[in-house]
Design a protein around this ligand. Structure first.
Ligand code: MN
Length: 283
């Protein structure tokens, strides 16, 4: 199943070229009281809501995908985790280019671990990327993003699949410079996900997905997730050896080689096999 959030926070199911409005299903969510859960309540309830979603999709209002404005398919992730230098060729380019490393030695992911991006940086396809610190370089980073499906701690890589709700396309937008990653990558609008969430049962093998990124039609990044240093299962094992994950948490799995700068007016198109493609404006 493919799930999206569109226009004024409508809930949708995507089928082919159409989005079917199934917002009525949100009435079936449990009623929460203060303090509200620190996870995404839609993702948390997805397993039980799924038959209700399927029924609603048989009769809901239909729109063409080109007609709607896609927001992040996860509205309230409790945290956004991200993997640095998780493709060998990107590690090599980061070590080679002073504009990327700013004089720091670039360590391997096994040594430096994961980092977190502020949830306030989350944006969807229709909302655009708003460049900040305009005199500095902002780069695109194409990434497969994992959407966590249930709470887990110390999850082994062999059990990881049971904790994954689905997958989406991510852009880990990044200001280059000397600050910590968590600051340079947490600018408002610098965590793009979308255009929708594909549930994990529709992805044959997350470790074998072709991906590509174009800027104004020019190919910048092309890779396959089989080139990941730590694959999805290994990343989830690594993450949960330090902290719990909860429904709706996002895990950016790292970018392949080919990162580069964007400027105002650019259109970024990112595609991942079996998920789809995301097209976004830089403003
Ligand atoms: Mn990244």
């Amino acid at each position: 199943m493919i799930i999206c959030r569109f226009n004024e926070d409508r809930l949708g199911v995507v089928q082919g070229d159409h989005v079917i409005d199934v917002t009525c299903v949100l009435n079936s969510l449990p009623k929460y009281t203060y303090p509200l859960p620190s996870y995404d309540v839609l993702i948390a309830n997805l397993p039980s809501l799924r038959p209700v979603l399927e029924r609603a999709a048989e009769s809901g209002p239909r729109f063409l995908t080109q007609e709607v404005k896609f927001k992040s398919p996860v509205a309230n992730p409790g945290k956004i985790m991200a993997a640095p230098v998780n493709y060998t060729e990107h590690l090599a380019e980061a070590r080679d280019q002073s504009e990327l490393n700013h004089g720091r030695s670039i360590e391997e992911i096994q040594n430096i671990g994961l980092f977190l991006k502020a949830t306030s940086s989350l944006h969807g396809q229709a909302e655009g990327i708003k460049l900040a610190q305009s005199e500095r370089r902002t780069d695109h980073e194409l990434e497969l993003v994992v959407v966590i499906g249930k709470t887990g701690r110390n999850v082994s890589r062999d059990d990881a699949a049971a904790y994954i709700a689905g997958y989406t396309i991510g852009l880990d937008m990044t200001i280059r410079g000397p600050e910590e990653r968590s600051m340079r990558k947490s600018v408002d609008t610098y965590s793009i996900v979308g255009p929708w969430l594909v549930t994990s049962d529709e992805i044959n093998d997350p470790s074998n997905l072709d991906m590509s990124l174009h800027v104004n039609g020019e190919l910048r990044q092309k890779a396959n997730t089989k080139e990941l240093v730590m694959n999805v299962g290994a990343l989830l094992e690594f993450a949960t050896s330090f902290y719990s994950v909860h429904p709706g948490d996002l895990l950016f799995t790292g970018t392949p080689a080919g990162v580069g700068p964007v400027k105002v007016g650019d259109t970024i198109t990112a595609a991942i096999d079996q998920i789809g493609s995301l097209s976004i404006q830089v403003t």
